[in-house]
Design a protein around this ligand. Sequence first.
Ligand code: NIG
Ligand code: FE
Length: 432
Amino acid sequence: MKNKADLLILNGRIATLRGFSDKPQRGSDFGRLGLTDGALAIQGDKILAVGPLEQVSRQVELSSARIIDAGGRLVAPGLIDPHTHVVHCGSREMEYGMRLAGTPYIEILKAGGGILNSVRQVRQASVAEMVAQTKKSLRRMLAYGVTTVESKSGYGLDTDSEVKMLRAMEILNHIQPVDLVPTFMGAHAIPEEYKDDSDEFVRIIIEDMLPRVKELAVFCDVFCEEHVFSIEQTRRIFKAARGHGLGLKLHADELAPTGGAQLAAEMGAVSADHLLCVDSDGIIALAKSDTIAVLLPGTSFNLMSNYAPAREMLEAGVAIALSTDYNPGSCPTENLQLIMTLGCLKLGLSPSQVLAAVTINAAHALKRADLIGSLEEGKQADLVIFDADNEAYLPYHFGINHTWLVVKSGKVAFKKHEEDYCEDRYPNCSGS
Ligand code: NIG
Ligand code: FE
């Protein structure tokens, strides 16, 4: 008895990204899209078969399937955004003028703005307010083809407010289609009340926060940076987090080379992120490890700073993923497709590589590559059909949304809206 499909995608140029569920793409493997022209059959929330239509119809009973004709368009795994601060409150455009006038990001933070500005807003907000604001962002992300998003706490910086942020994520996972992967980031900044005693704040993170959040989060992240958390403090937090069963992630070597990449590799972190200032020892340490380098070129673009040395990393054998870093300060955009363009233009990656960096390698950066990141039999049916013939067209035609349709867990979750141009008001411009 053949399995019965309930959804069939036909005539797709399918970038399967197959064959890398147990290891990320690196070196000469980076950018292997596993392209196949054909069909993809889904049952429930799982992929049943992918390949030429004759092959799929031999494997699967298709008679009762709803059919979507992709018309030769590019079909890719649902995009994965593996580093975001999507849950926050309000915005920070009031600091934009300062940044445009040249005030460095870290100086704004040291003066009590930046992250601490968002902390004041989150502490005052209710869970419902945070859920409402984030839901809008997640809809926008879904429209860009994103089906899984990592989401950090870190705008609470006291135990109750950190728990509040993680509770908002828990609720969001039940009321909208995009999967959120929660990360506890109590070590995102030193709150004003501990600015003269950061070690005491680290103690609170370890003794008070971690035991309260361990069931709500999957990962623990630290902003390891000069004037924020030192290598030694990060190590202490990481040891405690690991003891509670949390995976590790690190904001590493963003503003200065502090040895963050080495620490991430040494402690078996799932990812080391940012890495604008990583040195050659850091690159070697990452290349020898399973730690994924999550690069965030949108943050460099928006902060008008340098970019991570992606080519050097690639040549050394580091596994690379890309992400928006969506947050209200250093990178206020939900548009992962724009980040793919920056990955090509500013990091020197190819269109195939940036697609791998936001699918299979991003799945590895969340330890979910057994479930998502490629279009293979048995995996979760998360996919995006782009209104594009090939992968190069996505970063090339930049700044627009290429999504034609998104399937999330086997269900159509987004369809491109055919704009209504009010042609009755301009009858001579109807184009027919
Ligand atoms: O990843 N670098 C630290 N944290 C965030 C920024 C958060 C914010 O400015 O609100 C980042 O860039
Ligand atoms: Fe970040």
